[in-house]
Write a protein that binds this ligand. Sequence first.
Ligand code: H53
Length: 831
Amino acid sequence: ETGPRHTPTSTLANGPVISPPHTVDAFVKAFLHELNFGQGVPLSRSSVNDQYLALARTVRSYLMARWLETARRRRTDKPAKMVGYLSAEYLLGRQLDNALLATELTDIATEAMVACGIEIDDLRQQEVEPGLGNGGLGRLAACFIDSMATLGASSIAYGIRYEYGIFQQTFVDNRQVEKPDAWLSMGGPWGVVHPEMEVPVNFGGHVETYVGEDGRERRRWTPAWGVMALRYNYMVPGYQNGVVNTLRLWRARATESFDLHIFNAGDYAEAVRAQTFAENISKVLYPEDSTPQGKELRLQQQYFFVAASIKDFIQHTMPKDFDVRDLPERIIFQLNDTHPVIGIPELMRILLDEHDLEWEEAWAITKQCFAYTCHTLLPEALEVWPVSLMERLLPRHMEIIYRINEDFVAELRETYPGDELRVRRMSIIADHPERSVRMAHLATVASVKVNGVAALHSELLKEKVLNDFSELWPERFTNVTNGVTPRRFIKLSNPEQSKLISDTIGKGWVANLDRLEELVGYADDADFREKFRAVKAHNKTRIRNVLVSRDGIALPEGHLLDVMVKRLHEYKRQSLKLLHIVTLYDRLISGEVEPSTVTPRTVVFGAKAAPGYAMAKETIFLINSVAQTVNNDPRVDGRLFVAFPPNYNVTLAEKLIPAADLSEQISLAGKEASGTGNMKFALNGALTIGTDDGANVEIRQLVGDENFFLFGMTEPEVAELQAKGYRPGEYYERDPQLRRAIDLIASGHFTKGSRDAVSSFVGDLLYNDRFLALADYAAYIEAQDKVEAAYGDQDNWSRMAILNVARTGFFSSDRSIRDYIDRIWHVKTGV
Ligand code: H53
């Protein structure tokens, strides 16, 4: 739609965009150009931040030609169907290294910086990671867009450019204190804003009936207010394949007309204040992972980005003469959880009210344009919105949802005559405890496919959460097991292991992770095992250095490194891990074991708690308190150390995971949909201690039972125990080891004598224990004792670790995306 109005006379203006040559000289030139003419400083007076920004923009300029070329090919080739990935979160991590890797510029950039007298590592440290997500779901979206670009899948990803990402976690007196994450404050070099391409998004107001020119009655929405969605494009480079895809993040801006009446009334300051109100929509990421709070602003965010994205796709990505009836041939919108589900009534509204389609036709189109990924089994994670809120904020959408539900309920009554209980269970509208819209039901009714994120999860979805729906539409349900990108989580984060692998089987594995299988035979090669251990030792030294300079934490040397990193949530059972630590400590200080006979172990935690999640915050406090006590007790004799570096994020994960020996995946069976950290650890040569939950199940199947420390109840056993009535106190009474651990916590031993400080934690374990930590305690301790025995035989441990790496190539997100393409999207690759 844009471009010069006159024919340019310079030949330069018409040719293809050419990136600077891949030489050190050209890179230096481009870098100095960015520094001088972009940042406006000479090298001699530039700050590290100037240099970082100039370097980022230089790398970006190399990507630009590929970006334009990818877009041009997609425009001019025979129109192909695209994926529109809709996600409220993208937990991207730092961008610089990934861009260098994609463009094969790492060595050139490093040398170019040396030529300028700059240590490139200092610039790396300068980048603030874009933390536009909470945890697994947001990181999965980031891995998926990496894989879509690497496969050349015709796709575009949409989301929100939060001004503040996930909060920065600090600890004050062992308790979590949140600080805002002003990730843009040092300049955001990776986004390209297009202010002229903004799209309006409206809210509120009322709906009325009017008679159209053809004499037909129609509904008209007159919104009360609106904002503009400003388009920020981010590059998503494929791995050394010339493709650069787009991640389009929206930022809210107040419209000029927004407060004209206030301006006119002369209250300038009030008008500016009201402007901030509109811009609040993209201000901050909600910090709850899988426990949404149902806040009005959150619904505004969801509608804001989805409405902008759908409009953008139809108006700007499709050609001018595009007929909306062709939408199903041109787009499949993938709904990442229920967060973007409001897109369904939005597309209906566009087809009905803006394109004048009849209901049946609009519905037939809409039903082909969405697919839904469910990421949870926790009832509290399934979003519901009060009807009253919907009516106020999105009155036309509420009407449309009612009508969708009316038709759906009529269909149900035909299929299941007299089964009103079932109808009530399945209805999109819930009546209790409050009249509300069940977004997961809306998504299921309107989607081509519904998928879970691991084999077990997809089965449980069908059997439990969406059982009625899978009985009605069995063919609609499918599984796509999650994956992680090997670029960021092996190649970049574990260069030593990557080199060992490439030296052994060649470089092809980075874009074809199944090739790791070729390593299986090397598990029996003593020389290879030795090298593999050297890699681990190197990565341990690296994390030691990182934690010293980052947090002043000095990890002891020569320990088994046991790592539990993930959001703090009761179902993930950090409390069970804590009981294990207290048990180890108790054995040491009670003299039950001779310290010199104990395998020295360091436990590292990383976890953010949702700021309003009291029990999660109590657990953080207790972990920190236990760490303080254990690390300072001479009786421990250097056999046990607990570290809890604050602000676990992607950047820290990249350093921590490659150093780990043991991966803690100990959620209560049937609660963790998949987990993706579990995959990263296995691929980096850690062994897993885990329950039969989420993707642990598939990991264990692939690596073999003998290379995995399984413990705990299975999902059916959990269901059975809960059905007969679970009483945690019985386990406390029966198991002296468990009783000692809990008593030691309850006594105030770790909290400077204060029993009050631990009473809610202990009380909950003994009288509630929703996630059955006490029931799995004995099995967990037994499995951990086996871990220690196994670690004693280093050679065999290495053998097991190598087999974990060799057999988990399945967990590449490239494979996940291929599954989405084959089973759900049916879009082309290689474009
Ligand atoms: O999504 C991950 C899973 C993980 C699951 C997580 C998740 C969120 O991070 C947020 C909301 C939600 O419903 C689920 O807890 O098990 O691996 C990616 O699928």
